[in-house]
Design a protein around this ligand. Structure first.
Ligand SMILES: CCCCCCCC(=O)CC(=O)SCCNC(=O)CCNC(=O)[C@H](O)C(C)(C)COP(=O)(O)OP(=O)(O)OC[C@H]1O[C@@H](n2cnc3c(N)ncnc32)[C@H](O)[C@@H]1OP(=O)(O)O
Ligand SMILES: NC(=O)C1=CN([C@@H]2O[C@H](COP(=O)(O)OP(=O)(O)OC[C@H]3O[C@@H](n4cnc5c(N)ncnc54)[C@H](O)[C@@H]3O)[C@@H](O)[C@H]2O)C=CC1
Length: 727
């Protein structure tokens, strides 16, 4: 928990010990406090060093214990941090690996801080829905000033040792032997006055425009947070550091922490933290899992197609220091792709430079642009990102099967198509897998990994490991049209469009959804993605266009309600942002500011008139419930079909791929929070009102869970019927 030893004659070393990240459980905190007291009482000890086992200082408070914390609990960690600072003997923090959250608070209680060059420090609490509650919001501003403290505490970003030194968080960087150097320093400074080293005694560095800085920060976080409480509370705590003496500031910090802890958002964000880690531990319905399958190393990869997705995928691979072959269909597209990739890599390099990281990512020797499939002979893995066209994809995979080495992994970035159909044209279907990146692929953290019927565990392990290498979160899912993410998106978008027919404006629907916390409402999202994408898919399915049977009613397909509104927009060339008009009007083609469009209002009125629809007022509650509960309902069906193996998989996909607000924990977590009987009853109500919309009819699995008394989310999958014909 915390080992106490003597180093030389006069220095005591306290080593935090709680694998894997030295989380500060109450036992660790207690042992740390005992160590500090013991050193203080021992006259032969002249100085103390605090460090962590396994090359890590500490990743902070033990998040797993938060669910059992009562809002009234006194944070023992804060008392220990004070105890360290009050020590009569100099205490030096030797920071290796990470000092995050409570870990950094412990370090700030120390009188000196030495860090290894690769160490990272930060206050990520805001990302867990809380704030640094062991006096961190009061010490950090005193140490580094208000603007830098605001940045660190409200974003939760990790800071590398070099930046931490510049900011004044640490006193010294070492390249090796961090603990030994800390022991040397401790010996050297013993006997020196400690007053100037106690951060709590320092004033917050004054600035003439302090009020303005704090108010601007508040406006900024409110705009970005979309209903998330913790960033705003962090600012209030920092404000207390400016306005109140230390002890009163600490009281305020505790009060805000208690409020956040009881808010429900903290629970959702902590669930999301563990869900992200749980999805790494994938299991196939056969029982094969991450424990037994091993990934193959990928040194050289190829990307086919350098359009919207391919260029971002290439950038991600290059950033991860892989050798990359980038292939296009003709010289013109190759030149366009090369230019796009080069500028993305330059942008990445400048970002890395700003954060003090090395930026040798643009090394041209690692990247080869070609039109020649022969250049793919020795690659370990290929990612196909050509047009969403089954015939074209099959042609490519047939070619890959003959050209690539037999052990190469063949991945497709298709957003919805059947992985098995693609795999069937190759001679190694067990090495074919879906790797569904999200746009922009070099930014978005999600990688939906789709296993086909024949995909081998090694192929899955390799794709999941690729996600990690690319600094993404891989989620393994089953094969069906749209997989998990896009399959759930379909009923959500469908409801949004039906709501327009019934009387809403696009901005009303978007505002309701954005008010819930989404980055973007459905119509802004559709305009960004391009309306032609869905139009092509609907034409392919015969829902519109030349394949549509003559005489098909305009608003019905196979006795289900259908809205031709998006088809009509596409027929008018209103493809969204790229065309300068879609559901909104933009300042120019490619413009980004969505303005309400009077043309669309007229168009909607005429459409309603033509089809005899009487426009009605739809309130925010109905907008939200119809869009979100239709999406969640599909999530239950996906669990029942065993396309996702746990609700956490769905939630992580929605948080990282579709901008679902983290403070609401993901769609399935949200359903568990509002209560399954409530979701069921609302779906029942809406499906009775709209019997021609099958996606509003409650999933039998949701009904089953309600009948079982709504068990907690972690038990849902144990109630899924086995086995499923899908697998
Ligand atoms: C008692 C009441 C006190 C109230 C006072 C409040 C005091 C505060 O101010 C509150 C806090 O400290 S909150 C904690 C702040 N710290 C963090 O958010 C760091 C979270 N961890 C990380 O970022 C990465 O794990 C990290 C960068 C550290 C490592 O990343 P890796 O990719 O190498 O490894 P992971 O797979 O993420 O993690 C390995 C295993 O460790 C578990 N874990 C990580 N941090 C934890 C933490 N702080 N508490 C408990 N478990 C933690 C993680 O879940 C994973 O476990 P398994 O999934 O079982 O393997
Ligand atoms: N655009 C998006 O937001 C997302 C798209 N996807 C999927 O990714 C794939 C690619 O989509 P986008 O990048 O949007 O398409 P895109 O139209 O922007 O780019 C496709 C590229 O493939 C190239 N290409 C076509 N045939 C080729 C061939 N025979 N050999 C080499 N290159 C060829 C084209 O020249 C073009 O540059 C599709 O399957 C799509 O469904 C997946 C996730 C998101």
């Amino acid at each position: 928990m915390a080992q106490y030893r003597r180093a030389g004659a006069a220095v005591a070393v306290i080593r935090l010990h709680n694998a894997p990240v030295n989380a500060l459980s109450s036992a660790v905190v207690q042992a740390l406090a005992q160590g500090v007291k013991k050193a203080d009482l021992d006259p032969s000890v002249k100085a103390v060093v605090i460090c962590g086992a396994n090359g890590k200082f500490s990743a902070g408070a033990d998040i797993r214990t938060f669910s059992s914390l009562q809002p009234r609990d006194r944070p023992a960690l804060a008392e220990t941090v004070s105890l360290i600072e009050r020590s009569q003997k100099p205490v030096v923090a030797a920071i290796e690996g990470v000092a995050l959250g409570g870990g950094l608070e412990v370090a700030l209680g120390c009188h000196y801080r030495i860090a290894h060059a690769q160490a990272r420090v930060g206050f990520p609490e805001v990302l867990l829905g809380i704030l640094p509650a062991a006096e961190g919001t009061q010490r950090l501003p005193r140490l580094i000033g208000i603007p830098a403290a605001l940045d660190l505490i409200t974003t939760g970003r990790h800071v590398l040792a070099a930046e931490a030194l510049k900011l004044g968080i640490i006193d010294e960087i070492v390249k090796e032997n961090t603990v030994e150097r800390a022991i040397e320093l401790a010996s050297k400074v013993s006997g020196q006055p400690l007053g100037p080293r106690k951060i709590s005694l320092k004033p917050v560095p004054d600035l003439p425009d302090m009020e303005a800085i704090l108010s601007e920060a508040l406006v900024k976080v409110k705009r970005k947070a979309r209903g998330r409480l913790s960033p705003e509370m962090c600012i209030q705590a920092i404000k207390a550091a400016v306005q109140l003496p230390f002890a009163e500031g600490v009281e305020k910090e505790r009060e805000l922490f208690r409020f956040l802890l009881g808010s429900g958002q903290a629970k959702a964000q902590q669930y999301a933290f563990f869900a992200e880690r749980a999805v790494e531990k994938w299991t196939m319905p056969s029982g094969t899992s991450w424990k037994t399958a091993s990934a193959q190393p990928i040194r050289k990869a190829a990307v086919i197609g350098l359009g919207t997705m391919g260029r971002g995928i290439v950038t991600s691979l290059v950033k991860a220091k892989m050798l990359v072959v980038a292939l296009e269909q003709d010289q013109k597209q190759l030149d366009i792709g090369r230019e796009a990739v080069t500028s993305l890599l330059q942008w990445e390099a400048s970002k890395m430079q700003q954060s003090g990281q090395s930026q040798d990512i643009c090394d041209p020797a690692r990247l080869q642009f070609t039109l020649d499939f022969g250049a793919l002979r020795d690659v370990d893995l290929v990612i196909e990102a050509v047009f969403e066209d089954m015939a074209l994809k099959k042609e490519i995979f047939r070619k890959l099967s003959t050209i690539c080495k037999p052990e190469a992994f063949l991945c497709t970035n298709t957003s919805a198509l059947d992985i098995d159909e693609i795999a069937a044209v190759t001679s190694h279907p067990h090495q074919v897998i879906g790797t569904h990146f999200f746009s922009p692929a070099h930014v978005m953290k999600l990688l939906e990994v789709i296993r086909g019927h024949h995909t081998s565990p090694t192929t899955i392990a390799t794709a999941m490991s690729l996600a990690k290498t690319l600094n993404k979160v891989g989620v393994l899912v089953g094969n069906c049209f749209g997989f998990v993410g896009n399959r759930m998106m379909a009923p959500y978008v469908e409801q949004a469009i039906f709501l327009l027919e019934e009387g809403c404006k696009p901005e009303e629907v978007d505002q309701a959804v954005e008010g819930f916390g989404f980055h973007m409402g459905p119509f802004r999202m559709l305009d960004l993605a391009g309306l032609d994408v869905g139009w092509r898919s609907r034409k392919g399915q015969g829902l519109t266009g030349p394949k549509l049977a003559p005489g098909t009613p305009a608003r019905q397909r196979e006795s289900r309600r259908y809205s031709p509104l998006p088809d009509f927009l596409c027929e008018q060339g209103r493809y969204g942002q790229k065309a300068g008009k879609g559901w909104y009007l933009y300042e120019k083609p490619g413009g980004r500011t969505a303005n309400p469009d009077p043309w669309l209002y007229n168009f909607l009125s005429e459409y309603r008139e033509t089809h005899g629809i009487k426009a009605r007022f739809v309130d925010q509650e109905e907008i939200l419930e119809r869009c979100l509960y239709a999406l969640i309902n599909e999530g239950f069906q996906i669990l029942a079909d065993r396309i996702a193996s746990a609700p956490e998989d769905i939630d992580v996909i929605y948080i990282y791929g579709y901008g679902w607000p983290t403070h609401r924990g993901g769609p399935m977590f949200h359903a568990s929070t509002v209560g399954l009987p409530h979701v069921l009853s609302r779906l029942q109500k809406y499906s009775e009102a709209h019997p021609d919309i099958p996606k509003l009819q409650p999933s039998p699995f949701l009904k089953k869970l309600v009948a079982l008394g709504s068990p907690p989310l972690r038990e849902w999958v144990s109630h899924v019927r086995q086995p499923s014909s899908k697998l």
